[in-house]
Ligand binder design. Structure first.
Ligand code: PLP
Ligand code: COI
Length: 372
């Protein structure tokens, strides 16, 4: 796509006195169709799109939100997000249906979780209405980046709230920014729907029981990076964290929740106060029942990994990623032969992704069409 500054209506300002090139709906550029991308081979990474949206909380109110093409934010050197970790984010996905509609999965759940994250670290929460409005606006500004139906890719939506007001003492900021950007993505684990290999992490805690592991704040991910990087350097895909209090129970993986399928046909997933309440996992609990599996959310002792017939990681980015093996000290639980995923993980994956892409009826009301 060529952007041009020659026509007045295509030019706007982003509030920072920088010209922004807008492509009006119905213009030639807007009708040019999809962006020229290798949709079937997208990584899970940042790809520049046309615009994002940002709202500012100042003097006790959110503004109307601004659409901008600028990928940078000028920020106060004493902003609380930089020093004291006042930051939280979300992740959700938009898919294209066979009919060419854009649909988003369980957006209200992400909106509520982001409000919980904001409240837990004393940031100004974003209302459900504003969250949804922001996502719909930004998706409509970037429709050409929604991966075509059938490619397996999706448009990943990344909302975030940051404390932008200055503080040097440890206290909440008085100003906040809420941003939503989008990026077309492929699978989180680059092998896609292929078994990954986990190692039980015993030397690093991701989150404390009475801490912030149950919300989606950036610091949780920084806390886990040294464990993930070390695991990858040792040939594993990711780590499986244990509860920080007793080191007896499984918590979750770095970027996703964890579930096991017992030999008795139970879909078991950890109940823990230090893991993120995954929207994907909540959906899989419903779908597991369709398969005749009995769902259980309870503390899962690490030794139980040796009794599972299958295991998986689940999340927006990870979707359902079958676990091929879990290494615990000098023992290894193996669930998959080579690249073949188990029948339950495969069936759950197919059911979930068919609903998300509109290929299966949305009987639970999880999918919302984004009007253009
Ligand atoms: N756990 C962690 C630490 C995550 O980052 C994510 C991703 O959002 C999940 C679990 C899965 O949550 P969800 O299914 O809502 O994306
Ligand atoms: C997501 O699944 O949306 C996440 O935020 C996980 C992240 C580590 C990519």
């Amino acid at each position: 796509m060529k952007e041009t500054v020659s026509r007045a209506p295509t030019r706007s300002y982003d509030g920072l006195d920088r010209p922004v090139i807008l492509i009006p709906k119905g213009s030639k550029e807007a009708q040019m169709g999809k962006a020229d991308l290798d949709w079937a081979n997208l990584p899970f990474g940042y790809h520049k799109t046309d615009r994002h949206i940002r709202y500012t909380w100042r003097n006790g109110a959110w503004d109307e939100g601004q659409i901008t093409a600028d990928e940078t934010i000028p920020i106060h050197i004493a902003a609380t997000c930089l020093h004291y970790g006042q930051e939280c984010f979300e992740g959700l996905k938009v898919f294209e249906t066979k009919a060419g509609d854009a649909v988003v999965f369980r957006i209200e759940e992400n909106a509520r979780r982001m409000a919980d994250s904001c409240c837990k670290i004393l940031m100004q929460p974003v209302s459900e209405e504003m969250f949804i409005e922001a996502v719909l606006r930004v998706v409509n500004e970037n429709r050409r980046y929604i991966p075509p139906h059938g490619t397996g890719a999706s448009l990943y939506i990344r909302p975030l709230v940051i404390g932008t007001g200055p503080q040097v003492g440890v206290k909440p900021a008085e100003e906040y920014m809420f941003l939503v950007f989008v990026t077309p993505v492929g699978p989180y684990f680059k092998t896609g729907f292929k078994p990954v290999h986990l190692i039980v992490e015993e030397e690093v805690d991701r989150a404390a029981p009475l801490g912030v592991g149950d919300v989606k704040v950036g610091g949780n991910y920084a806390a886990g990076m040294r464990a993930s990087v070390r695991a990858r350097a040792s040939g594993y895909t990711e780590v499986l964290y244990l509860d920080a209090r007793e080191k007896r129970y499984i918590d979750e993986s770095g970027p996703a929740n964890f579930f096991g399928i017992t030999k008795a046909g139970v879909y078991v997933t950890p109940d823990s106060e230090s893991i993120l309440p995954s929207i994907t996992n909540k959906s899989l609990i419903t779908l597991a029942e369709e398969l005749g599996l009995h769902p259980e959310r309870r503390p899962v002792a690490v030794e139980e990994i040796f009794d599972f017939q299958e295991a998986g990681c689940c999340g927006t980015a990870a979707v359902i990623t079958p676990v091929g093996s879990i290494t615990f000290r000098d023992r290894k639980a193996v669930y998959c032969e080579g690249d073949a995923a188990g029948k339950y993980c495969t069936d759950l994956y197919n059911r979930l992704t068919s609903i998300q892409t509109g290929d299966a009826p949305d009987i639970y009301g999880w999918v919302r069409r984004i009007a253009d």
